[in-house]
Design a protein around this ligand. Sequence first.
Ligand SMILES: [Zn+2]
Length: 270
Amino acid sequence: MPGRAAPRRSARAEPDAVPENARTGPATIPIDHFEKKLWPIQEMRRNMEYLDLSSYEYLEFPIPMCSIGWLGHEHGVQDAGAPPPAATDLEQLKAASWPEVSLTLGWHECEFCPKGSTFKGNGEYHYYMKNGDVYSAPMMITHYVEEHAYRPPVEFMEQLKEIGELDWDWRAERLAKILLDESEDLISRSRGIVDLANWKDSRTLDALKRAAQDEELADIAGDEIGRSLGLLLDCEFAADLHIEDFSDFVRFGISQTRREATVPGQPGVC
Ligand SMILES: [Zn+2]
């Protein structure tokens, strides 16, 4: 976890909001499960600094994205000095900055914190906009805004105001297709699993259920499948979902999401 008080979502469900059937997963997963999957640690050692609105290229990803908030020493805190975001805009950014995706084994430390109080992160947030744009930011983006006067691009902040339920589109189609494509390697198939839950659609549920039945895929990405399923549990089309039918890893992911889930009405929940 981050080394200092992390900027987190402001509205979280109380523990009582976690359905009893979502608590049936294991409390922890053995560390070797994580060591054999996800993004190899050497990927964390590549360049992590990109200009705002440049094409995302940190990791391979099936959907084109724009980079925002990938700060480093070469370009410094981009757009620092611009007026601070309104409190409502900051809350909107925090609310949209969830769930974390593309988690890595390595951690990236904030390059702007004084020594001894370093903030660090190991994942990203992906923001799927209604107009088809997708943005990727390191999970430290809200820390950069609050602690280092970083100002995200105006067009991104404006689009955040419209963020919400998405209609099934080519992005969802591509993520679902790759997830179920057995000719793709397992890492590529697993990269968009959590992102797919941005579409609260029965086609998302079908794809996740089929993925959970793929033993090889579920072995390395069962918890991601569960995290994504956890975002659909409140949807009407998921009423017949039986959590007890899934593996421990999938149920672990479901319980993880349900612990983190925000109140209904926030992005990311039905
Ligand atoms: Zn910092």
